[in-house]
Design a binder for this molecule. Structure first.
Ligand SMILES: *Cc1c(COP(=O)(O)O)cnc(C)c1O
Length: 367
């Protein structure tokens, strides 16, 4: 091979590193030959798939020789109804990650700047760099977004700003009035993606409803997902709500069948399953209280979280503790790659899974 293909890849792509996903349970089983593994590494829903979805998917199997509805009509209609918006404001994605990329591809060029916070979700730098645009990373404040500094970072070249609320991997939360006052400082030709992947977990009296602001701020794009509180991570379905013109533009760049038939059916079904959602939230609240108390009792500093995960400072190498926990059959997420080498991110599991994690951590850290 005489051609170094890396040299001919787009310059932004040359400097990219592949996304490091949480370690799959099967992989650890193969490596260590152990079973009964607990995975608390990818912010997945520990409740398991809803029975209502199982039934709906079974019925859908016989339709799988057909292409899915390219417009996702029924799901969009259900979302539009739920959030009191026009159907034309909804865009579906192969997970909300798909939408992060669609927004960047549709609007950002290599002359542009994209602003996001230090410790922000790793997909933001990936989609920015893949286009060859300049990433403007604004230092965090108390592990969260410093919105004043982010507003100050806007230049004539800024095209897009990513904000995750609650943020992953830190779980930090911005109040509604903070975000709103930030939006008033952003020029209308700069898009703001408000990534609310953990919206359903955030406290009901504080999370508000940013969808209502789209009329006042037409440059605002809200992203939500079925991967977390709705428990459909494996099916890949997320959505954006924006002003109709932005939705029309996203619709031009997306792949025609970016949401598969099972994903559409499952999402339509779970949207009606209020009981599953409430159970997810209840389980998460209980686990969050449990782990927070545990960390306090053992004097481990943690970042208060509004998501379905909690990030803790283990006061030593997070990578090492991660490796030791693997030997105990517990998979968590080291976040050295985010610039937090002494922290681990723990997804909230079932009561039994949280218990396994606590026991393993006590053993590994000799607490
Ligand atoms: C999990 C997550 C998403 C959602 O990803 P999907 O592609 O919908 O599975 C989006 N943003 C953040 C910050 C996340 O943590």
């Amino acid at each position: 091979m005489s051609c170094d293909f890396l040299n001919i890849a787009n310059s932004g792509v040359q400097k990219l590193h592949p996304y490091q996903a949480g370690k799959p349970t099967d992989e650890l089983e193969r490596e260590l030959g152990i079973t009964n593994i607990v995975k608390l590494a990818s912010n997945e829903n520990p409740l398991g798939l809803s029975d209502s979805v199982k039934v709906a998917l079974q019925k859908e199997l016989s339709e799988l020789t057909r292409y899915p509805d390219a417009n996702g009509y029924y799901l969009k209609q259900a979302l539009a109804e739920k959030y009191a918006v026009e159907l034309q404001q909804v865009t579906l994605g192969n997970g909300s990650n798909d939408l992060l990329e669609l927004v960047a591809r549709a609007f950002v060029s290599c002359e542009n700047e994209v602003i996001f916070a230090q410790y922000a979700f790793v997909v933001y730098p990936i989609v920015t760099q893949a286009i060859g645009a300049k990433a403007v990373v604004v230092p965090a404040k108390d592990y969260g977004h410093d919105l004043d500094a982010m507003a100050d970072a806007i230049t004539n070249n800024t095209k897009l700003i990513f904000i995750a609320n609650p943020n992953n991997p830190t779980g930090t939360f911005l109040e509604q009035d903070e975000i709103k006052s930030f939006l008033t400082k952003v020029p209308e030709n700069v898009l703001v993606v408000l990534d609310e992947a953990y919206f359903e977990y955030a406290s009901a009296d504080r999370r508000g409803n940013a969808i209502e602001w789209i009329k006042e701020f037409p440059n605002l794009i809200i992203l939500r997902t079925f991967s977390k509180a709705y428990g459909l991570a494996g099916l890949r379905v997320g959505y954006s709500i924006s002003n109709p013109q932005i939705a029309d533009i996203l619709n031009r760049v997306r792949q025609p069948f970016n949401c598969n038939a099972l994903a559409l059916k499952a999402a339509e079904t779970i949207l009606q399953d209020e009981k599953y959602l409430q159970e997810s939230i209840k389980l998460n609240n209980a686990g969050m209280a449990d782990l927070s108390t545990f960390f306090r009792e053992h004097e481990l500093e943690y970042i208060p979280s509004m998501g379905n995960f909690i990030t803790v400072n283990v006061a030593t190498s997070g990578d090492k503790v991660y490796q030791e926990l693997l030997k105990e059959g517990v998979i968590v997420r080291p976040i050295t790659g985010y610039g937090l080498p002494n922290h681990l991110r723990i997804s909230i599991g079932t009561q039994a899974e949280n218990q396994r994690f606590k026991q393993a951590l006590v053993k590994v850290l000799e607490l």
